[in-house]
Design a binder for this molecule. Structure first.
Ligand code: IPE
Ligand code: IPE
Ligand code: MG
Ligand code: MG
Ligand code: MG
Length: 292
């Protein structure tokens, strides 16, 4: 998606401005933060936020720092997710994982630092963005990063469910929480800045929830079907670790079917955007069909 590439270039440029330079003490920590941020992620979350903003007639330039906030929180979650205490993964984004290069202590702190910097940057935006939607966005992002139906809560249940026969309702919860919540927060945040009415906000949030869930279902399927070099991370790990995944519960075919239905529903939910929703529809289809 060409449009996606353009947005990720803008996001990368802004990230470089926002991240502390490696020459600033503690240099090794700043190096570790930059190592993971600039190791080549898809920039899916910032691009989804900016695309939603564009669909709602907002100016991309004005919201670039908010877009970066999503990428910082996501990258922190990946650094911690790869630690030996979690998924114990040696590769991420085509390179050795953060703790493999910098050691566990620095990797933990680099994750903590990215999360903290994200919230500092959010607060800093009061200089350029109206306070009322900004507060709503800060509330939404902190909620989505937290424990109740949110990222940290999802990671906790993901770890607790390893090696267990869990009910499909639990896998649903884990996926919505560990991955869906932050993705949903990106589209909801754009809605807040655009002062969207209650009904349209709910539809947009519904789109986000479905796309977020599909994103993790396709991540699970790719872990089975794609190669490590294509993914930039070690494939086949989920089965080895007996992770609670969609394919483990439903099989690959049924998982694909569920993902398909969720995508159709997501596309239907944003019909109110008419032709302005075309790029969001494209993103929903990309998430379903993605090969990396
Ligand atoms: C991987 O996310 C972890 C999940 C939440 C599924 P991405 O597939 O967005 O990873 P990057 O950012 O492109 O590396
Ligand atoms: C990661 O899920 C979700 C978060 C980091 C919040 P996974 O453990 O499936 O992600 P990958 O496959 O390591 O990228
Ligand atoms: Mg994990
Ligand atoms: Mg993992
Ligand atoms: Mg995975």
């Amino acid at each position: 998606m060409e449009h996606f590439l353009e947005l990720s270039t803008l996001v990368n440029e802004r990230l470089d401005v926002l991240m502390p330079p490696v020459t600033t003490r503690p240099t090794r920590l700043h190096e570790a933060m930059r190592y993971s941020i600039f190791s080549g992620g898809k920039r899916f979350r910032p691009a989804l936020f900016l695309t939603t903003a564009q669909s709602l007639d907002l100016n991309v330039e004005k919201y670039l720092s908010i877009a970066c906030v999503f990428e910082m929180i996501h990258t922190y979650s990946l650094i911690h997710d790869d630690l030996p205490a979690f998924d114990n993964d040696d590769f991420r984004r085509g390179k050795p994982s953060n703790h493999k290069v910098f050691g566990e202590a620095t990797a933990v702190l680099a994750g903590d630092a990215l999360l903290t910097l994200a919230f500092q940057l959010l607060a800093d935006q009061h200089e350029t963005l109206p306070s009322e939607p900004l507060f709503a966005v800060m509330q939404e992002i902190s909620r989505a990063s937290g424990t109740v139906n949110a990222l940290i809560g999802g990671q906790q249940l993901d770890i607790e469910s390893e090696g267990k026969d869990v009910h499909e309702e639990i896998v649903d919860y884990i996926h919505q929480a560990k991955t869906g919540a932050l993705i949903t927060a990106t589209v909801k945040s754009a809605g807040f800045f655009a002062s969207l009415d209650v009904d349209s906000s709910a539809r947009l949030a519904g789109y986000g929830r479905n796309v977020g869930l599909v994103f993790q279902i396709t991540d699970d399927i790719l872990d089975i079907e794609a190669t490590s070099s294509r993914l930039g991370k070690t494939a086949g790990k989920d089965q080895k670790m007996k992770k609670a995944t969609f394919p483990a519960i439903h099989g690959v075919e049924k998982s694909r079917k569920i993902a398909h239905e969720l995508t159709d529903e997501a596309i239907h939910r944003i019909s109110f955007l008419k032709e302005k929703g075309e790029r969001l529809r494209e993103i929903a289809r990309f998430v379903l069909k993605r090969t990396y």
